[in-house]
Design a binder for this molecule. Structure first.
Ligand code: NAP
Length: 217
């Protein structure tokens, strides 16, 4: 299965491409926005493609998805930009990738959402954070309204701690942290586990092996 990783040059994205390349069943196509980012992925034996979520439209992103069987969205505007970029990348950019999946005929789509994207979470978030939660909320709503084979993953606070290989995953889990390296493993487990299609779950560090946890959601 060839997987287009959108946000490949990000912190989760790099772990994900690296882990995908170590599997027998999956291969990565890294979507990046600068040519100078390509060598990291080429060294891993992964294909790369240039596209920008802000500047490109859904047709261009669909072209980037040429030849893939699945799309993972793990891009984000990050905490250092303003609400303008949150709307353009975390919402509009994400929706363009969902539309691109439809245009390219790629049914399988895995979304890295935020821990809690409910309406209540938008209302209760601090004002500096609520535009991000709202952007993630509507990207999730858009994806749920498609007939794509989607999985929506809601990770807790991301850390750069080394992987533990153990998580807690369910529709609702207690808020907590999770290493980005483990999030990458959860994404791979979801791609491999057909029973995760049409599901969404929260995930934090825990005590159950990743594959087992994803199977149980
Ligand atoms: P990250 O390191 O900030 O990576 C984000 C990636 O998105 C970067 O590679 C960046 O590209 C890319 N990107 C930004 N603007 C883009 C554009 N216009 N076109 C194409 N790509 C663009 O993020 P992370 O920490 O790995 O997080 C991964 C995901 O988890 C994100 O969706 C985030 O919202 C979500 N999440 C985060 C937390 C948290 O605690 N931080 C919790 C739950 C969920 P460049 O490398 O070129 O800049």
């Amino acid at each position: 299965m060839k997987v287009l990783v959108i946000g490949a040059n990000g912190q989760v994205g790099k772990h994900l491409v690296s882990q995908i390349q170590k599997t027998d069943e999956l291969e990565a196509k890294a979507m990046i926005r600068k040519q100078e980012q390509a060598s990291y992925f080429e060294d891993l034996g992964a294909e790369t493609v240039l596209a920008d979520l802000e500047k490109d439209d859904a047709d261009a992103i669909a072209k980037a998805a040429d030849g893939v069987d699945a799309i993972v969205f793990t891009a984000g505007s990050g905490p250092k930009t303003g609400s303008d970029k949150t709307i353009l990348i975390d919402l509009d950019g994400a929706v363009k990738t969902i539309e691109a999946a439809k245009k390219a005929g790629v049914k399988r789509y895995v979304m890295i959402s935020s821990f809690d994207t409910t309406r209540e979470a938008i209302q209760s978030a601090p004002s500096s954070f609520s535009p991000y939660v709202a952007a993630k909320h509507y990207a999730d709503v858009w994806l749920r309204g498609t007939d794509l084979d989607y999985t929506i993953i809601h990770p807790g606070a991301l850390t750069n701690d080394p992987a533990t290989g153990k998580v807690a995953a369910a529709e609702n889990v207690e808020r907590g942290e999770i290493p980005r390296e483990d999030v990458a493993s959860v994404i791979i487990a979801a791609l491999k586990e057909e029973s995760s299609i049409g599901k969404e779950f929260q995930v934090v560090g825990g005590s159950k092996p990743v594959q087992e946890s994803v199977q149980s959601v």
